[in-house]
Design a binder for this molecule. Structure first.
Ligand code: PLP
Length: 380
């Protein structure tokens, strides 16, 4: 049996998305910037898509900038805030995706900008009081706060509205990397009063290499990649019409079926937690999976055994795709920066199981049977 439980790394494309893309590939090759009819028809498709995407988060179409994915959108915010908005202080956390944390550190070094980090409580939640303290201590600075809505490795969420309100009360810009939560929860940018949101389609059954940045209409950023005047002069380069149509369809499907999928995936996660706790005495979970946690992610810390180093490999041999940390870091063996920074026990092996609407109870039962075979007889 083959079981894919690495949906936080990426998701399989939805058939409806594939079906929406094929006619675009066949018929709509015109450059959207061309003024002839081929170009105009591509332009019309892109603008229709932008309007739909904006509608799903209650934004205005002009606030949506299509990007080459989440990493690019995150970079645009951090770099743009410093270069164009006069930001001279970034507050972020040490468990952000590398697209944010590395970018913040690089900008900090290059531009001599102060970068501050919030702290965490014992369960790995952002300590909101530490954010307030940092804002208070740096009142003289122009600050951008960048905190992810839910962590891609442990699933912990932040209280988004509360954090936004605090940032507003200090006049700070606020960005949330919502790459793991867009299309898994509803967003209303007007109600939230947020400045920036980032999104990546391949995390919700859309294509890779396409995402968007929501920029509040009162904020004007300059492009970080210069060239043509596409995307209202904020993101140069011929638009990825195939990706844009795919992203839009993926969003439409996700929000149409949201409740059904939330319930299904949450059910799978809860079942897996309960069964793992039954099967393996001493198992613990990184983060707070029974608390305010992204329902697609479960990060389990297994007891030590004689196959600590081989755990991922053993799952793989049995046809189960899981992850030891963030897939974006695979190939490096420094261990997960997220687990390290929330103070997890790094001597024990941790596995991230991440689920999607396509996973079934049978697949989870099979995975549990593999866990049982690997662990129950072997735990030292
Ligand atoms: N932010 C988070 C939280 C992610 O999980 C990822 C992907 O793993 C990214 C950003 C990067 O997105 P993309 O792969 O579209 O560049």
């Amino acid at each position: 049996m083959k079981v894919y439980l690495d949906n936080a790394a990426t998701t399989p494309m939805d058939k409806e998305v594939i079906e929406a893309i094929i006619p675009i590939m066949e018929n709509n090759f015109g450059n959207p910037s061309s003024i002839h009819s081929f170009g105009r028809s591509s332009r019309a498709i892109i603008e229709k898509s932008r309007k739909k995407v904006a509608g799903y988060i209650n934004a205005a179409p002009g606030e949506i900038v299509f990007t080459g994915g989440g990493t690019e959108a995150d970079n645009m915010v951090l770099r743009g805030a410093v270069d164009d908005l006069g930001v001279n202080h970034i507050i972020t956390s040490k468990i952000e995706h590398h697209a944010v944390i590395d970018t913040a550190e690089i900008i900090g070094d290059q531009k001599n900008i102060k970068v501050s980090f919030v702290s965490f409580d014992k369960k790995g939640y952002v300590d909101v009081a530490s954010l307030e303290t940092l804002l208070e201590e740096n009142k003289d600075k122009k600050t951008l706060v960048s905190l992810m809505h839910a962590n891609n490795e442990i699933g912990n969420k932040i209280p988004l509205k509360k954090v936004i309100d605090i940032c507003k009360s200090y006049g700070a810009y606020f960005h949330s990397d919502t790459v793991q939560t867009m299309c898994h929860y509803k967003f209303d940018v007007r109600e939230l009063g947020i400045d920036f949101l980032t999104c990546s389609a391949h995390k919700f059954h859309g294509p890779k290499g396409i995402g968007f940045l929501y920029i509040n209409e009162n904020i004007q950023l300059k492009p970080i990649i210069t060239g043509g005047a596409q995307e209202r002069n904020v993101r140069a380069g011929t638009e990825n019409i195939i990706g844009i149509v795919g992203l839009t369809k993926a969003m439409e499907v996700a929000y149409r079926d949201l409740k059904e999928h939330q319930d299904h995936v949450q059910g799978i996660k809860t079942y897996m937690i309960e069964r793992l706790e039954d099967l393996i005495p001493g198992i613990t979970f990184n983060g707070d999976p029974k608390g305010d946690s992204l329902y697609t992610v479960l990060n389990a810390q297994f007891p030590n055994s004689d196959m600590d180093e081989m755990l991922l490999y053993n799952f793989d041999i049995e046809g189960i795709a899981v992850s030891g940390g963030s897939a974006c870091s695979s190939g490096s063996n420094v261990g997960s920066h997220v687990l390290r920074n929330i103070g997890a026990d790094m001597t024990k092996p941790s596995i991230r199981f991440s689920f999607s609407k396509y996973n079934t109870k049978e697949e989870i039962d099979y995975t549990l049977s593999v866990v049982e075979a690997l662990f129950v007889a072997k735990t030292v």
